[in-house]
Design a protein around this ligand. Sequence first.
Ligand SMILES: [Fe+2]
Length: 97
Amino acid sequence: MHETLKSLLMYTREHFKNEEKIQRECMYPYAKMHASEHENLIKQVEGMAKIYFIEKSQPIDNIAISRMKDLLNMWLIEHINKFDLNLRDWVVPAEST
Ligand SMILES: [Fe+2]
């Protein structure tokens, strides 16, 4: 769980930074809302890392693992399907530029 959260945090920070750069370049009109969603996801991952590995205020048990799975599902499925796929129409394919 520690490694997953650590990797997720490192990956999301870099991925979101790159994705937001592309949005600015494409003048994506919903960039602010999208960035806010990214920030919200990072805060949730950071919050989980804080609870379980910094403060250690909650045990790492099946409930903790279930929470992490829910967070991953939310990020991988909901965010990509609801937010990232909307970028398709705004991103100009490299071969057409
Ligand atoms: Fe995104």
